[in-house]
Design a protein around this ligand. Structure first.
Ligand SMILES: Nc1nc2c(ncn2[C@@H]2O[C@H](COP(=O)(O)OP(=O)(O)OP(=O)(O)O)[C@@H](O)[C@H]2O)c(=O)[nH]1
Length: 233
């Protein structure tokens, strides 16, 4: 419950002459009610081949910066937290950055089942990272929860000269597997915020189970992508 809401209840209580015990009850009720509903903790996992830009995407989202310089592969698994305000509700994302290297695959497998959402990345400048998406999806179906929120991201969209995977190919693959898709760039920041916000909105929607609130991840992504004038799915 925010300070202003608390102050509001206090003022109303004083004005209307509500006694102390009833006022206390009101505070407990509202605190429990609002805090109980206003914090959602979700686990989001970044997966994809080594070098596709998972760590850079996370750093861009968390700190708003691009990790330039020499490429240091993630060892095992790393995580960072970020709290988003989604329509007045705090959604705490715990984001796990997994190692793309084959030798860490068994470590990653152990984390799949706890993930609420997966961002599956390929690199638009690396054809094999795109070809491996099918194998990643097979792995996801084997280890992750059936209803996990899944989104396909074609990263390094800024690298126009080195691009070998067309946006349309990414769109086609995503359509084939029925997952939302967008191109991102950890370097320029393109669609980074949008990717995480879209996932957070879907997780919030699922968690609150509000029948009056209609949210469709695919539609939201398509609408927002149109807004950017770029890389529509
Ligand atoms: N041009 C460009 N380069 C990027 C982008 N994202 C990452 N890179 C570069 O790609 C390389 C790999 O990035 P990482 O984020 O470390 O890749 P990763 O997927 O975490 O790799 P692993 O930890 O081995 O799984 C680094 O040299 C980055 O600078 C991007 O959006 N655009």
């Amino acid at each position: 419950m925010s300070n202003s809401s608390l102050l509001f209840v206090l003022i109303i209580s004083v004005i209307s002459g509500i006694d102390f015990y009833f006022f206390n009850f009101l505070i407990y009720f509202f605190t429990f009610f609002f805090i109980g509903q206003s914090e959602i903790i979700s686990l989001v996992m970044l997966v994809g081949d080594s070098g596709v830009g998972k760590t850079c995407l996370l750093v861009r989202f968390k700190d708003g910066a691009f990790l330039a310089g020499s490429f240091i592969s993630t060892v095992g698994i790393d995580f960072r937290n970020k709290v988003l305000n989604i329509d007045g509700v705090k959604v705490k994302l715990q984001i796990w950055d997994t190692a793309g290297q084959e030798r860490f695959r068994s470590v990653t497998h152990a984390y799949y089942r706890d993930a609420h959402a997966l961002l599956l990345l390929y690199d638009v400048t690396n054809k094999s990272s795109f070809d491996n998406i099918q194998a990643w999806l097979t792995e996801i179906h084997e280890y992750a929860q059936q209803d996990v929120v899944l989104m396909l991201l074609g990263n390094k969209a800024d690298a126009t000269h080195d691009r070998v995977v067309k946006r349309e190919d990414g769109e086609r693959l995503a359509k084939e597997f029925g997952v939302p898709f967008m191109e991102t760039s950890a370097r320029s920041g393109l669609n980074v915020e949008l990717a995480f916000t879209a996932v957070a909105k879907e997780l919030k929607h699922r968690s609150m189970k509000d029948p009056n609130e209609k949210f469709k991840l695919h539609e939201y992504v398509n609408k927002e992508m149109k807004g950017t004038g770029c890389c529509r799915s």
